[in-house]
Design a protein around this ligand. Structure first.
Ligand code: PLP
Length: 411
């Protein structure tokens, strides 16, 4: 066979949220019960879908038009509905033409970077949801460029770090914000979002906000949307229903384009994304058809509030459990359903963990630990998995130099 050459950035494609699942399955097969705290999938955590939601989907399944192709951009009525939902907020106004559907936000993220030349860089947070950092690195053929989220300052972005990187690196063309954030669970105050806007304005950058957790906030916090602060700057908001309905198996997410006429470059970029969707024909139609029906159902707001309340309670419980533990950095969460715990220092010895009685599991873990250049937090996560069956994700796999782990707050 002729040699298949991969692009240099290809090895940056890494998704430890699922990588750790392979390891967990191996020890599950050896008799260990697994506590899945690695993935933000409410369905996997046994959350129940309300009957009225299932009835909406069943009703759609019974109709012939559900089986056709949609418009390449997505179902028009749904795009109108989403534009209208955005326009109820004070801020930038959009039309159905400014909404573009994808097969899940993961697909949208891949396309976001795919058509930029490798030297056009999007600076993103660190730590970051790894689909973004991996996709950005793969497109650029090199490691991602990041600004720091500071665990010593409630995981807020280090604006000086961002400012300096943008100022001295002219290849940066855009800034990515994840708000509410995965993996930190932080929700950015309005002033912080306004700082992002100021920097984008000064350096003429595209602003991109992944807002998939926009309506998952709790304990008195509400997330300010990018559309409320962006003014007349070109920007993209990325949204989806995987977490909110929750319907992760729908593979349905969308982009909203703000001020697409603001610059020729931006409008060409948006057109390219639309063309890419045309080549694919369209995205999954059933979830798109269901969005207006579910979101305008009389029980929807109450359902979401109740779910958010439960996550908020678990966030408080986590706070109680972790407060006062020496050697860790921890911030109570405000949104999404994750918490990231950082070790101040970490010296690992097997004696710190429960003894692993099962000889096969012990041998398997010793084999895992032979991986070269393994960050300390990954070793910790492997020990934890092998000795207790608790499955979490190392922070180092979220494009970060910090050491610690992310845990879900789902029941
Ligand atoms: N963006 C963020 C911040 C996420 O946490 C996730 C999933 O965990 C996604 C995007 C991907 O969502 P989807 O299921 O729509 O692909």
């Amino acid at each position: 066979m002729r040699t298949i050459l991969l692009r240099p950035g290809a090895e940056e494609l890494n998704y430890e949220i699922r990588g750790i699942v392979k390891k967990a399955r191996q020890i599950e097969a050896l008799g260990q019960t697994i506590t899945w705290e690695n993935i933000g999938d409410p369905i996997q955590k046994n959350n129940k879908i309300p009957t009225w939601m299932k009835e909406i989907v069943s009703e759609l399944v019974s109709q012939d038009h559900t089986y056709g192709y949609a418009d390449s951009k997505g179902v028009l009525e749904t795009r109108k509905f989403l534009a209208n939902l955005n326009n109820q907020k004070k801020g930038v106004q959009i039309t159905a033409d400014d909404v573009l559907f994808f097969n899940g936000l993961g697909d949208a993220i891949a396309k976001l970077y795919q058509f930029l030349i490798p030297t056009a860089r999007i600076i993103g947070p660190s730590p970051a949801y790894s689909t973004h950092s991996s996709a950005e690195a793969a497109h650029a053929n090199t490691a991602p460029i990041t600004y720091k989220l500071d665990p010593d300052n409630q995981w807020l972005p280090d604006m000086e770090d961002l400012y300096n990187k943008v100022k001295y690196n002219p290849s940066i063309v855009g800034i990515l914000i994840i708000n509410p954030d995965n993996p930190t669970g932080m929700v950015y105050p309005k002033e912080v979002l306004e700082d992002f806007v100021r920097i984008a304005r000064e350096f003429k950058l595209l602003l991109i906000a992944d807002e998939i957790y926009q309506n998952i906030t709790y304990n008195g916090i509400l997330a300010v949307a990018l559309s409320e602060v962006v003014g007349d700057l070109p920007a993209i908001s990325m949204k989806g229903i995987s977490k909110e309905f929750p319907w992760p198996g729908s593979r349905c997410g969308w982009m909203e384009f703000y001020n697409r006429g603001a610059s020729k470059e931006f409008s060409k970029y948006v057109q390219t994304l639309e063309n890419a969707k045309m080549i694919e024909v369209c995205s999954t139609i059933l979830p798109q058809l269901s969005i207006p029906k579910i979101m305008s159902h009389p029980d929807y707001a109450e359902y979401r509030q109740a779910e958010n309340f439960k996550i908020g309670q678990r966030s408080k419980l986590m706070e109680e459990l972790l407060s006062g533990i020496p050697g860790i950095k921890f911030n109570p969460t405000q949104g999404a359903f994750y918490n990231t715990i950082v070790f101040e220092e970490i010296y690992l010895s097997p004696n710190q963990f429960l003894p692993i009685e099962n000889k096969e599991i012990k041998a398997l873990m010793e084999y895992w630990l032979k991986e070269e250049n393994m960050p300390m937090d990954k070793r910790f996560v492997y020990y934890l998995l092998a000795s207790t069956g608790i499955c979490v994700v190392p922070v180092s796999s979220f494009c970060s130099d910090l050491r610690g782990f992310r845990v879900t707050l789902l029941e």
